[in-house]
Design a protein around this ligand. Structure first.
Ligand SMILES: NC(=O)N[C@@H](CC(=O)O)C(=O)O
Length: 456
């Protein structure tokens, strides 16, 4: 008990889990929501014009620790998360050493307990050392609460190995998240295989490399009964494959990144490696399909694939630079700016009626950034509902505030944002995790020293 009592007054509460979009006062007592209505008690924070949503949940974050501390640490990555409105991140396994056994899971949880500003859920590797041939110690990681396995960055090429991993994961009802790319077909590719790659004289990574792998993984998932999660979907064909599989009842979920929702391969024309990413930025046809897939529920979640790289690593000529972009601090603003029409912001309930094709209501956006990703991972303490007695885990943002992305002002350790200089709409003011401020007035608060997060 902290003895804390405070009220956010006059906020627009957007809580997809309850289907609520209304003006209310939200009273926080200790770590819980004490009321959400007309009551106002304790310290008052004027939230008129601000939105309160459940804390954002990122299914795909590279925190880099252990081993990549020059690019990011648990402390800096979760500071970026808090400023971006996130209360939970799922940390990818491509660390050094790889998170392929219990020791590294414990290490990440310990680092999170000591230094994190949000809950951290480690993802376990599927194969030892991300090597693709021998299974990682999935059982010992599952015993620690790891609920998702991924070799992200290293697609599992062997169908035999992935099938075996699915059979194990099925026994704990864990998720298999395979980076979907046929490495042979994509070999040597520097950006999307299309007209721009031809013009720039760079070899390409074809859309089919993703689609062939998605099709294979869906087939394997269908027969194993495992929960398959397709990360960073980037092609129109992959969206269609997932749509068809969902219609057939395959247990599949999917995510898309903010950058794949709004940047094309044209960004590469200046050979600036900040636009180099896996999967590569594609075409406007793909963007259109991804947006429609997100709007119709084929794609469940927006995930950042926050992939920090140090200046020394990233600032090389295109072919030498590692792929990856940071995203935690811009995801909400980018998607609010790009996907939510102006009239949705004016009043609770928005303009009334469905938003135009491929766009989202404000509640729809919060759903894809928070409620659905929390449901995909089964994070019952996240994603709402923001009801009386629930944890005070929420984000308070100004949906109208305009700001310009300045890489030097980012709170994470790395600067490799593709949105530098972009004018965006929507800024986080406060983030609360179980009643504790992790971001206050747009600044990260001190680390929480929380108990380690485990998968429920
Ligand atoms: N998404 C990226 O472009 N980079 C990822 C790994 C990867 O998926 O290649 C990273 O860890 O840097």
């Amino acid at each position: 008990m902290t003895g804390q009592l405070l009220t956010f007054t006059g906020a627009r509460v957007v809580d997809p889990a309850r289907g609520v979009d209304e003006i209310a006062n939200v009273v926080v007592e200790d770590d819980r929501i004490a009321s959400a209505g007309e009551e106002s008690r304790g310290l008052r924070i004027d939230a008129a014009g601000l939105v309160i949503s459940p804390g954002l949940v990122d299914l795909h974050t590279h925190l880099r620790e252990p081993g990549g501390e020059d690019a990011e640490t648990v402390a800096t990555g979760t500071a970026a998360a808090a400023v971006g409105g996130y209360t939970a991140v799922c940390a990818m396994a491509n660390t050094d050493p790889v998170c392929d056994h219990a020791g590294v899971v414990e290490q990440v949880l310990r680092l999170a307990r000591d230094a994190a500003r949000c809950d951290v859920f480690p993802t376990g590797a599927i194969t030892r050392g991300l090597g693709g041939s021998e299974l990682a110690e999935m059982g010992s990681m599952a015993a620690l609460g790891v609920g998702c396995f991924s070799d992200d960055g290293h697609p599992v090429q062997s169908a035999r190995v992935l099938r075996q991993a699915m059979a194990y994961a099925r026994t704990w009802d864990a998720i298999i998240c395979n980076h979907a790319e046929d490495s042979d077909l994509a070999a040597g590719g520097q950006l999307h295989a299309g007209e721009v790659a031809g013009r720039l004289g760079l070899s390409g990574r074809p859309a089919e490399a993703e689609e062939i792998m998605v099709a294979r993984d869906l087939r394997l998932a269908a027969s194993s009964g495992v929960r398959l999660h397709v990360p960073h979907v980037s092609t129109a064909g992959a969206v269609e494959l997932i749509r068809e599989a969902k219609a057939r009842g395959v247990r599949v979920t999917a995510e898309v990144t903010p950058h794949h929702l709004c940047l094309t391969d044209e960004s590469a024309v200046g050979y600036d490696p900040v636009f180099k990413v896996n999967p590569p930025l594609r075409t406007s046809v793909d963007i259109d399909a991804l947006r429609r897939g997100l709007a119709d529920g084929t794609i469940d979640a927006i995930a950042t694939d926050h992939a920090p790289h140090s200046h020394e690593q990233k600032d090389q000529e295109w072919t030498q630079a590692p792929p990856g972009m940071v995203g935690l601090e811009t995801a909400l603003a980018v998607t609010l700016t790009e996907l939510v029409p102006d009239d949705e912001l004016a009043t609770p309930g928005g303009a009334g009626g469905a938003p135009p094709d491929g766009l989202l209501s404000l509640s729809g956006l919060v759903d894809r950034l928070s409620t659905r990703p929390a449901a995909v991972w089964g994070l019952s303490e996240h994603g709402g509902p923001l009801e009386v007695g629930a944890p005070a885990t929420f984000t308070v943002f100004d949906p109208q505030e305009r700001w310009t992305v300045d890489p030097a002002a980012l709170r994470g350790r790395a600067r490799n944002t593709p949105f530098a200089g972009r004018r965006l709409r929507g800024r986080v003011r406060y983030t609360l995790l179980r009643g504790r401020f992790t971001c206050r007035d747009g600044e990260p608060a001190e680390p929480l020293a929380t108990s380690p997060a485990v998968h429920p």
